[in-house]
Unconditional design. Structure first.
Lengths: 170, 288
């Protein structure tokens, strides 16, 4: 089935997208459900539009719906040094700009943001989507995504400068 | 002892890089190893078993696009073409594959003509003019120094006589550098550009090229930078990269000139320049 091959092409990024927005342990199911929904919705896919952001938007919606009904926050843990995938080195010293401890603080500060702020930062930087894809994923116009991101970064700085409870735990 | 407050004071580009670094350190889920049991296969089984069919336009239209006579038939045909390409590259060896395309390469001013688009062509140029090469969809503008830091491999650039790049770009683990025409660099198809160099992790899949040679595009095997590379001339071509995780990245950005592609030490280089084959190979060999 051609559709299966098509979505398998995007499966990894779809799973990552689901993991960003779905409650813990539900990423795989959310992706599968979204693939079925996307098939049903193929009629609204425009042939002049790129497929990837369209699919990812459906995945993100599915995952966020699950987060809402579960009433739980989503959030991925940082990998420990031991479970880095083979061949996937830690950022090399010259390219890493954060110490392990700072990485943990920054991660914790992002996850402490309110969901709108946290989601736009996660889409843009954790999923490494571009501006247009980030906007599509959040279902908002590009300008809105841009201003939302800028405000979210501002609040992230405020959280880092004055962490809730007075400290960030490494 | 560093403090969280130091992070609050990072300049914007460094904070953005730091956030990307956090993203790469997250415990991302991975698809089931057996293709028969992954989410794609399970979705297919459900679609087949439940007899699900695509509904006709029951959902709101994709925002921001004018309808261009879309029909379900055309959409599905487009998907089948996409799927054929996806299937052809499904084995996911790290590398680059080249395929020719019947669709126009996207330009800065997208036309409303219906066309079959390869997915992943996401780098829509911003509507306001940016640094040199901004229409090419190379990614986000970075400073040269930040671009060097944004990738996990050592970036190599042409020797000093070509000057510093006029702009640097980052997208999905790829960095690109753009030089203006002049100073020994003849104009490319976009006349203010003289040299476009892209570097990314991944190798070349040498077995693929014979199968996809299309009319109007010439691909020639050449010796470059101590390894085998490909010199591509003629009709605009399309590149499909396979990133280090085996995920295909469809790159439908505008091609502006003859292209030299090669891989060395696990890094793939793509150089567009209007100097002819021999000078391009010499330039490629001089990257430091």
């Amino acid at each position: 089935m051609a559709y299966e091959e098509l979505i398998r092409t995007y499966q990894d990024v779809a799973l990552r997208t689901a993991a960003v927005f779905a409650p813990d342990g539900e990423a795989d199911d959310a992706a599968q459900e979204a693939f079925v929904k996307a098939y049903r919705a193929l009629g609204r896919f425009r042939e002049d539009a790129p497929f990837r952001p369209w699919l990812l938007q459906i995945v993100a919606n599915e995952a966020r719906n699950r987060r809402r009904s579960a009433g739980r926050r989503a959030g991925l843990a940082l990998r420990s040094a031991e479970d880095r995938r083979p061949g996937e080195a830690a950022p090399s010293p010259e390219s890493a700009i954060l110490a392990d401890e700072q990485r943990a603080w920054l991660h914790q500060a992002v996850e402490a943001l309110r969901p709108d702020d946290r989601d736009v930062i996660a889409a843009r930087y954790f999923l490494e989507l571009n501006e247009a894809e980030t906007a599509a994923l959040l279902g908002v116009p590009r300008g809105t995504a841009k201003s939302r991101l800028s405000r979210a970064l501002g609040r992230l700085r405020a959280t880092l400068a004055d962490p809730p409870g007075g400290r960030l735990d490494a | 002892m560093p403090d969280a407050r130091d992070l609050a004071r990072l300049p914007e580009p460094e904070l953005e890089l730091a956030l990307r670094e956090v993203g790469r350190a997250l415990a991302w889920p991975v698809a089931a190893t057996a293709a028969s049991d992954d989410a794609a296969a399970r979705a297919r089984r459900r679609i087949v078993e439940a007899g699900i069919r695509p509904a006709r336009r029951s959902w709101p239209a994709w925002p921001g696009r004018r309808p261009v006579g879309s029909s379900l038939g055309i959409a599905v045909a487009a998907l089948l073409v996409i799927a054929a390409i996806a299937a052809a590259i499904g084995l996911g060896l790290p590398g680059i594959r080249i395929t020719t395309t019947s669709s126009p390469i996207p330009t800065a001013a997208p036309s409303a003509t219906p066309r079959i688009v390869v997915p992943g062509a996401s780098a829509t140029p911003s509507p306001t003019p940016g640094p040199l090469g901004w229409t090419l969809g190379l990614g986000d503008p970075f400073s040269v120094d930040l671009a060097r830091k944004a990738v996990s491999f050592p970036v190599r650039l042409p020797p000093e006589r070509y000057g510093a790049p006029a702009s640097a770009w980052f997208l999905d683990g790829r960095v690109s550098f753009v030089w203006p025409s002049g100073d020994g660099l003849l104009p490319l198809e976009e006349r203010d550009l003289g040299l476009v160099l892209t570097e990314m992790e991944g190798g070349l899949d040498e077995g693929y090229f014979d199968k996809v040679l299309g009319p109007g595009t010439t691909i020639e095997t050449v010796r470059v930078d101590g390894t085998t590379g490909y010199w591509i001339t003629g009709r605009p071509h399309e590149l499909i990269y396979v990133d280090p995780h085996g995920e295909p990245v469809f790159d439908t950005r505008r091609v502006v000139g003859d292209t030299l592609i090669w891989a060395r030490d696990g890094i793939t280089y793509r150089l567009e320049v209007n100097l002819g084959r021999e000078a391009a190979i010499e330039l490629a060999g001089s990257l430091r």
